[in-house]
Design a protein around this ligand. Sequence first.
Ligand code: HEM
Ligand SMILES: *[C@@H]1O[C@H](CO)[C@@H](O)[C@H](O)[C@H]1NC(C)=O
Length: 502
Amino acid sequence: MLAAAGSLVAAIWAALHLRTVLLAAVVFLFLSDYFRSRRPKNFPPGPRRLCLVGNIFQMDFKQPHLAVQQLVKKYGNVISLDFGIMSSVIISSLPLIKEAFTHLDENFLSRPKFPMQKHIFNENGLLMSSGQTWKEQRRFALMTFKNFGLGKKSLEQRIQEEALHLADAIGEEEGHPFDPHLKITNGVSNVICSITFGKRFEYDDGQFQELLRLSNEVIYLEASMMCVLYNVFPSIMKYLPGSHQTVFRKWETLKLFVSQMMDSHRKDWNPEEPRDFIDAFFTEMAKHPDKTTTSFNEENLICSTLDLFFAGTETTSATLRWALLYMSVHQEVQEKVHAEIDRVIGHGRQPGTTDRESMPYTNAVIHEVQRMGNIIPLNAPREVTADSTLAGFHLPKGTMILTNLTALHRDPKEWATPDTFNPEHFLEHGQFKKRESFLPFSIGKRSCLGEQLAKSELFIFFTALMQKFTFKPPVNEKLSLKFRMSLTLSPVSYRICAVPRL
Ligand code: HEM
Ligand SMILES: *[C@@H]1O[C@H](CO)[C@@H](O)[C@H](O)[C@H]1NC(C)=O
């Protein structure tokens, strides 16, 4: 419902676009009187519908994830927000998030179904699917990731190679001010492409730029009013023109791209030598000729591939953009990272994940970037699949569950300087210190499937760039740490200088 949800992936995060959610709530209130607070017994406390409308006009729309602060203060760690067609519950404490996602996980493994995403993907894929499809697709993706690189290039080598390409592309700027967004996204996306399509794309490849541009557009369009309306009134909206129709068309183009990749793979497919995710998927399809009992069909191949592409690209790219921004703003931190790199790696070889052990400071900096960047502030939504009890509250089947990761990442009881960038949060006596209240990848059986990959990418890309460059604000410009909301919380576009270190 509510949020814009063109893709399986975008659905997740766009759904959390609180402004979108609230806009939908307003629409409900004004256009229909059908919704009553039908709260079941012992449901978590929360504002009454009308109060919510009252709050909407006071809210800071640029910081939607902070908007409910007062409600949390008033009602506690488990609060309900009623959006009419779906009641949602927001959980804000570490013990309760753990309880829901690890102890009671069986009842919390599904995703809510949004009309827009249903229209485009029909509940296929990896990210917004539920039940058997999700189980099969997730297991298969994990297995394929694990098998990757056996005998051939390891995943780590691919990341290292791509880091070289990215450093070259950034070097071409010759220390002049530039916006690193596209280059970073291209590099990160190439890692996923090498897994799914078995190839990377040059940074000036027209067709690939087009694909990245399209992905970016759907991410933003899906937060538009027409898309929100579609999720609220699909049966009416499908007859009307508007940006929701544009989103549908753009998704068709994205699917077509993958489907062409699929066709070209089929031409020279050799079952003995799977090259990538698509080849491995063909093998699985051949094992299950009866298409009615399995999710291994072409639709899921396309959707799961797009899911990996979307989930793996914008997240990692946004985190790296935050990293370069924080380094440019905090030169003293950057100097310490440089010193550690020079001491442990030097300039003669590429960084690899085994260096992480001996680089506690750099590791702490990356963690701190993730804590402050907080790119998925309300996690991905879940749906309760059977009546459950959490912290004494009754959560009926069908309730949407949001978990407030911001509450963990900015908890004043956990962090010495919760709102300030400070790598010491992850250090103790010069050693790296793990922190419990740090869950950027979520937890449990439905947590981020790409966590290991993402961590390797963040470490290798970041360290490789820091090995080669000093990042600085352009002369006489002050950098802003403001964020904007789309699929993720990412920095507003900025320009920096990458000055070569040698
Ligand atoms: C810094 C980078 C990343 C962050 C912060 C991140 C974070 C997350 C979060 C919070 C979720 C929702 C988990 C939940 O519902 O509990 C998620 C799901 C997912 N992520 Fe990531 N992610 C990152 C990178 C990646 C990468 C590189 C991939 C590449 C394969 C990836 C693939 C996925 C997939 C497929 C899901 C859906 C899992 C499912 O529904 O079963 N992510 N991610
Ligand atoms: C999430 O937690 C933060 C920090 O405690 C709080 O300011 C914000 O209002 C919370 N958001 C929601 C949606 O509960």
